[in-house]
Design a protein. Structure first.
Length: 121
């Protein structure tokens, strides 16, 4: 058995797009998929930018807010996954901090595996 760590201490600081968070890379497959762990500290942000490929953000701990092209934020909690299509503008922010796994690949279809959450207010 081998045990690996993807905690905050193993992350790289990211400042691109006016962002302020740490990214811990986990794996990249031959199938052109990228999986990483993002550690946003207090008042952390993944700045507003376009998705280069389809992206799935899985909230692991903490809580925060996400938005797409419309500047209306939706609160997210652990156990929720947010999906953005290629080219879609988006942003993630948090007041108290959050940790999330990000999966990026040209061939993501989360609806095949997870039910949609009802976001009607």
């Amino acid at each position: 058995m081998k045990i690996y760590s993807f905690n905050k201490d193993n992350g790289k600081e990211i400042r691109k797009f006016n962002s302020d968070f740490k990214m811990s890379r986990i794996i990249q497959t031959k199938a052109e998929a990228h999986i990483g762990c993002m550690h946003l500290g207090e008042n952390g942000v993944i700045g507003f930018h376009q998705a280069l490929v389809p992206q799935l953000l899985l909230i692991v701990s903490g809580e925060g807010y996400v938005r797409g092209e419309i500047k209306e934020y939706v609160k997210v909690h652990p156990g929720e996954a947010v999906f953005w299509e290629k080219g879609e503008w988006h942003e993630t922010k948090t007041d108290a901090g959050l940790t999330a796994i990000v999966i990026e690949s040209e061939e993501l279809c989360p609806l095949d595996f997870m039910p949609l959450k009802n976001t009607n207010k």
